[in-house]
Write a protein that binds this ligand. Structure first.
Ligand SMILES: *Cc1c(COP(=O)(O)O)cnc(C)c1O
Length: 464
């Protein structure tokens, strides 16, 4: 710690922005980045240094140190904040890592449509104004069996918009077992309130009967809502009411029934041995009026909220002024149309491929990663371990996916240090720590990422 009287000369010797700009490094910086960025980086570093000196945390000043700090800051300022990472967590629908990766076809279509102009709202056959929803509605009707369909910003918006359209100032009947919170900001009671509806809770946490719904119906009822419990499960002495029963009750009483399905899978997962998640077409067959689900969960598309169901209700929803506030843009529509097309023909959807790839494919990939790592690193214990992972994104919460992971025990640095270095690597690698070992789950690592992955891991294992 320096005494206060030592600080004045140090502060006085800090170079000015202009001096640094005119110095030898300044010329290089200005050749690499715009003046605004360079000046910004210099100002930030100088101000941080000034604070350090004032707090007595710094008692010396070197031009070299300042330049290095400015170099680093400039590199940070001129690179994108949002960038690709390697997902080595094994969680396919990782909400923090952007959920569903898109298919090549979807990516190509986004590029093609966004590079220039498009017929987003132009009817090419008639030569007049068209509607943006037509590009996805037809194919969604075919895939789900619904009369009509609409895509909005995300599923939270889909629920909000539907509830607001059908129940503003009226009651929405929901089972107490389904008043869920999904990832912090989506809580069923809050969404009802935001949609201007009055929540009418029925049943108990563990059991709700059809009579509970029946008794709650009055002239104030606008909607019966069923919500997929998504990320949690009530087990033991439980009962809920099936969609079929609710749909029949709604028909009898003349009240619309909606199912917020959350994940919403377009294909039958029974073919993969999963019986707990009914597909959207199966739900539509049960007779509900409306189903809402996410575009970037099991469907494997971009962020979006899909509303499928009765023609009459969807027409009403489209006319709600809120619909404009949550509408999707051309890039989203382009990606969805391609993903939905993939369902129509090849079925090649990356999310489904990653979730249901054969275990031996994952094992082979883990083997390849481990072999590469062993080749360059004798400073770590590297093993292949049979492991399990979750789908993520609140999807299929009860399903354990068998997987293989490369477990790394570094000898010269701590596991926490390794995890941190990987996260800050280029590209960043997001891994998990299990049993005090770093685990790289091969399920979510794409073959084309293995080279970058092993390079980042090898660079991180060496002590600095
Ligand atoms: C995930 C989920 C939502 C929110 O969907 P977003 O697309 O993330 O907005 C709403 N309801 C349920 C049941 C969910 O599982």
């Amino acid at each position: 710690m320096s005494a206060a009287h030592d600080r004045q000369p140090l502060l006085a010797s800090l170079p000015s922005v202009d001096e640094l700009l005119k110095g030898p490094h300044g010329i290089v910086w200005l050749s690499q980045a715009s003046r605004t960025l360079v000046v910004g980086a210099i100002r930030e570093v100088l101000s941080a240094k000034r604070d350090e000196i004032l707090k007595g945390l710094s008692s010396e000043l070197s031009l070299q140190g300042l330049s290095a700090a400015i170099n680093l800051r400039l590199a940070q300022l001129s690179s994108f904040s949002l960038r690709p990472v390697i997902n080595a967590t094994g969680i396919v629908l990782h909400t923090n890592l952007g959920r569903a990766p898109l298919s090549e076809k979807a990516i190509e279509n986004v590029i093609a449509v966004s590079r220039g102009y498009s017929n987003l709202e132009y009817d090419l056959a008639e030569g007049q104004r068209g509607k943006r929803h037509v590009h996805t509605a037809r194919i969604l009707k075919q895939l789900t069996g619904a009369e009509d369909a609409l895509i909005v910003n995300n599923n939270a918006a889909a629920v909000l918009l539907s509830v607001n359209t059908l129940s503003q100032g009226r009651e929405v009947i929901v089972s107490r077992g389904e008043l869920v919170e999904i990832g912090g900001s989506f809580r069923v009671p809050d969404v009802m309130a935001a949609g201007g509806a009055i929540l009418r809770e029925v049943g108990t946490t563990n059991k709700t009967h059809i009579q509970d719904y029946n008794r709650a119906i009055s002239e104030r009822t606008g909607l019966i809502l069923k919500v997929h419990q998504s990320n949690y499960k009530v087990i033991g002495f439980t009962q809920d009411v099936s969609v079929e029963e609710l749909a029949a009750l709604g028909k009898k009483q003349g009240i619309p029934v909606m199912y917020d399905l959350g994940s919403g899978c377009l294909v039958d997962l029974k073919q993969y041995g999963i019986h707990s998640e009914p597909s959207v077409p199966a739900i539509m067959k049960s007779g509900v009026d409306l189903v809402t689900f996410s575009g970037d969960k099991l469907l494997g598309g971009p962020q979006g909220g899909l509303i499928v169901g009765s023609k009459e209700i969807i027409e009403k929803i489209r006319k709600n002024p809120l619909a404009r506030a949550v509408r999707v843009d051309k890039m989203t529509i382009a990606a969805f149309e391609a993903v939905l097309m993939d369902y129509m023909d090849s079925g090649n959807v990356p999310v489904l491929q990653m979730l249901f790839q054969p275990l031996k494919t994952i094992k082979a990939r883990a083997g390849k990663i481990a072999a590469q790592l062993r080749k360059y690193n004798d400073n770590a214990d590297i093993r292949i371990i049979k492991d399990s992972s979750k789908a993520g994104g609140g999807s299929l919460p009860e399903v354990e996916f068998e997987t293989y992971a490369v477990y790394i025990n570094p000898m010269q640095i701590s596991v926490n240090e390794l995890e941190k270095r990987l996260r800050q690597g280029s590209p960043p690698v997001i891994a998990r720590i299990r049993e005090n070992t770093l685990a790289l789950d091969a399920r979510t690592i794409r073959d084309q990422e293995i080279k970058d992955l092993t390079r980042t891991v090898s660079a991180s294992l060496t002590p600095s």
